[in-house]
Ligand binder design. Structure first.
Ligand SMILES: C[S@@+](CC[C@H](N)C(=O)[O-])C[C@H]1O[C@@H](n2cnc3c(N)ncnc32)[C@H](O)[C@@H]1O
Length: 340
């Protein structure tokens, strides 16, 4: 496992745009994608031209949005109640919109096809959690799944839109992919979650040789556990004892390994989370340079997603704070060396 070269890879120019000034709604022409058949996957969404990290691929308002009934643990997806709500909304739509929804693919067992409302099945296969609600976005619904996706998405309450953006460079003609499930699971666990969509995943992460799959599984499990273990330790108050200082130093080193693991596994959805951990862990031991650089790396990712989310604002604040501590540290050092 190598530790990332945080100083050389940083593109930080130490100019933080104000989050309010970044208008992500203006980026990306609408004609980024085309919907075409994708081998073994039905239809899929493909890039019409090269796409850069952060470019917006799709922005879509939900055609149906429902508040899900209370989910009772252990009783499964409350299909009957959801189908009823979806049908009520569906009946209010134009014929064009209704046809668009009915053209969507769905997965169901023969028994489900016999007994359940087709609209409910379409909704189950294609809808996304949308804040506290569940929404159906017929264009975004055409994006197929990968366990190492090249796009990510978020829901903007303010714009009433779901926004899909590139998390890697994507070449013209390449298929866009997104994840339908949490990704910090082993290949077997992921496949169990994907069974409800009715396909076996052969994405680049799942189709590896057995040895590589084992390495990937171990990385994902380790990353997940590290996120859990770091959570209670993400505080900025300096350690008060020698033992606590030793532990904080160990954490700073472990946070570099975590950032490295997430990058090696190519899980862009989790980069900002790992970078925030590296930033806070270094701040805790007064290593202001790496603290500022990691916070800024996290901020650059979060701002692409949503300039005004609390996570983005927090990383903006941390970056400014760590930068000024770094500057003071440099000034003090310079004063100690006679202002050289
Ligand atoms: C939300 S839809 C995606 C768009 C769909 N391919 C279409 O033709 O409309 C989900 C369905 O697409 C197919 N699918 C998505 N990702 C896939 C993958 N990685 N491999 C095979 N089939 C996939 C499955 O049939 C799944 O139930």
């Amino acid at each position: 496992m190598h530790t990332p070269s945080v100083t050389s890879s940083c593109k930080c120019a130490f100019t933080l745009p104000s989050p309010q000034l970044v208008d992500h709604t203006c980026r990306g022409p609408p004609e980024v994608y085309t919907v075409e058949p994708s081998q073994g996957k039905g239809l899929g969404v493909f890039a019409l031209h090269d796409v850069e990290i952060g470019d917006i691929v799709m922005r879509e308002t939900p055609v149906v949005k429902i508040s899900p009934p209370d989910f009772v643990k252990g009783t499964g997806y409350p299909m009957a109640a959801i189908s009823k709500l979806v049908r009520q909304e569906f009946e209010t739509l134009s014929l064009d919109k209704q046809a668009e929804i009915l053209s969507l693919t769905y997965h169901a067992t023969p028994a489900e096809i016999e007994t359940m409302d087709q609209l409910g099945l379409i909704f189950r296969t294609n809808a996304y959690n949308t804040g506290k609600e569940i929404g159906l976005f017929p264009k975004i619904a055409r994006i197929n799944h990968s366990c190492r996706p090249n796009t990510s998405y978020y829901w903007s309450e303010r714009l009433n839109k779901r926004i899909v953006y590139a998390t890697r460079k994507i070449k013209q003609g390449e298929e866009f992919s997104v994840s339908y499930i949490p990704l910090l699971l082993t290949q077997k666990e992921r496949q169990a979650r994907l069974d409800r969509y009715g396909f076996k995943c052969h994405c680049e992460a799942c189709a590896q040789e057995r040895a590589a799959t084992e390495v990937s599984d171990e990385r994902r499990v380790t990353i997940n556990q590290a996120f859990i273990d770091f959570e209670p330790q993400l505080i900025l108050t300096p350690p008060k004892s020698k033992t606590a200082t030793r532990q904080a130093r160990k954490n700073a080193n472990a946070s570099l390994q975590l950032a490295s693991l997430v990058q090696e596994e190519g899980l862009a959805d989790y980069y900002a989370k790992a970078y925030r951990i590296a930033a806070i862990s270094h701040a805790r031991v007064g290593d202001w340079e790496p603290a500022a650089i990691w916070a800024n790396k996290g901020y650059e990712l979060k701002v692409m997603e949503d300039p005004q989310s609390p996570h983005t604002l927090e990383l903006h604040h941390l970056t400014s704070n760590f930068l000024s501590n770094w500057e003071s540290q440099l000034r003090n050092r310079s004063a100690m060396h006679g202002g050289q």
